[in-house]
Design a protein around this ligand. Structure first.
Ligand SMILES: *Cc1c(COP(=O)(O)O)cnc(C)c1O
Length: 415
């Protein structure tokens, strides 16, 4: 059998130049081609191993090529892949039941989709529809500066990063952003035209910034004052990563809507919006839909993920490992001149640097066999799988220490 590349005479070119010839250049990729994975390890096309401490952006919480997820996917693929949402399929109902149970929301209602942006997009429509039941202009949203909610037009508008907005404006006037650490500003921004307030409990893409409890409390109070919906975007923090099933469960407030995605199917594309209370009644038939969302294969993958997390008690394990990771990072702060501090929660941590050389440190780490990412110019994100071991934490800390001492890092720091 000839491959497409052989057929077109492209086989001799390296993948980067083939990609450049055919793909829109939306990604700045690291110079590595991953070809396989197992547990916390990735293997490149030459067979070299890497310790994956970013988990495909907080996605592969059970590690790569998890055998039970693979078996569930294969078995369901042989049984039934797709019917559309015109018909009942059992795996998606079971998934929604599992979400209710793990959230502890017996009355909650679920919409299943394919990504984090889609979960947030669904929540925009739900909360707007709900707001309009009060009055026609109750469509405003208050969100936090530094928040990240997706790249579609509506979720980009929610995202609190003006530089990402500018090239795509106009995005409409329906979102007001307030600082992530100012409860008074948040309270003041919420008025009768507000249908929802959007928060992450830890801002992931925004740089791994925990949102203070006072801000979450103010958001809850402001929503209650005006009859708005509190939306927790838990796409990155949900499904165990912070040491609770969902990040809000470790906070002093309960949201009305939770958006999930990343880790829910351990790498297969899934999203979920879960709503409780009056907003959960806002959608009727035809108000929202998706062709693929909640399909049997993805739902079986997600069901297996939730089963394995429960059975193997990975939620408390994540809390334990998070504390262990924190201790190791704290040691780095004590021993490395470049490591300045840390922030985060559970297994979502950032090591902050005294200088804006995180990109160079992440590249040096990759060279040494450790996958981490520069989540800000001066911060390295660590989001290891929930199945990491203490020995792997030690290995990662040692590799990161080595990366910070790399000659190219010294050059970038001009020392
Ligand atoms: C990643 C992320 C999203 C977007 O998810 P996609 O699957 O990339 O659309 C939304 N919100 C948060 C908090 C995220 O971390």
């Amino acid at each position: 059998m000839t491959t497409a590349a052989e057929h077109t005479g492209r086989a001799g070119q390296d993948l980067a130049s083939r990609e450049e010839a055919v793909m829109l250049p939306t990604y700045r990729r690291a110079p590595v081609t991953f070809a396989a994975g197992a547990g916390c390890r990735l293997f490149d096309s030459d067979g070299a191993g890497y310790l994956d401490f970013v988990s495909g952006l907080a996605v592969t919480a059970l590690g790569h090529a998890h055998p039970e997820v693979a078996d569930a996917v294969a078995a369901q693929a042989r049984r039934l892949v797709h019917t559309s949402n015109l018909y009942y399929t059992e795996p998606q109902v079971r998934l929604a039941e599992r979400l209710q149970d793990t959230l502890g929301w017996p009355e909650a209602k679920v919409f299943l989709c394919n990504s984090g942006a889609e979960a947030n997009e669904a929540a925009v429509k739900l909360t707007r529809r709900h707001g309009k039941t009060t009055h026609e202009d109750k469509v405003g949203v208050v969100a936090l500066e530094g928040g990240f909610h997706g790249r579609t037009l509506a979720t980009l508008a929610l995202t609190g990063n003006p530089a990402k907005h500018t090239p795509f404006e106009p995005l409409g006037e329906w979102v007001t952003h307030v600082p992530r650490d100012d409860p008074t500003a948040l309270e003041a921004a919420v008025d009768d035209s507000t249908c929802a307030v959007w928060v992450e409990v830890v801002q992931g893409e925004g740089g791994v910034h925990p949102v203070p409890d006072e801000v979450l409390t103010a958001a809850r109070a402001a929503c209650d004052r005006v009859g708005a919906v509190l939306v927790a975007d838990e796409v990155q923090t949900g499904v165990g990563r912070l040491g609770s099933w969902y990040g809000w469960q470790g906070c002093p407030v309960t949201p009305d809507v939770v958006c999930l995605a990343k880790a829910l199917a351990n790498g297969l594309p899934v999203g979920a919006m879960v709503a409780q209370g009056p907003a959960a009644k806002a959608f009727g038939p035809g108000d929202h839909a998706t062709t693929f969302g909640g399909g049997p294969v993805i739902a079986e993958a997600a069901n297996t993920v939730l089963d394995v997390i429960s059975r193997d008690e990975l939620v408390p394990r994540a809390a334990e490992l998070g504390a262990d990771l924190e201790a190791r990072l704290r040691r780095l702060v004590g021993t490395s001149e470049l490591a300045e501090g840390l922030r985060g929660a559970g297994l979502l941590q950032a090591l902050t640097l005294a200088e804006p050389v995180a990109g160079t440190v992440a590249a040096a780490a990759l060279d040494r066999g450790l996958v981490v990412n520069a989540v800000a110019p001066d911060a390295i994100r660590l989001a290891p799988p929930l199945v990491a071991t203490e020995a792997e934490l030690d290995e990662a800390a040692a590799l990161l220490a080595g990366a910070m001492e790399a000659p190219e890092v010294a050059t970038a720091r001009q020392i």
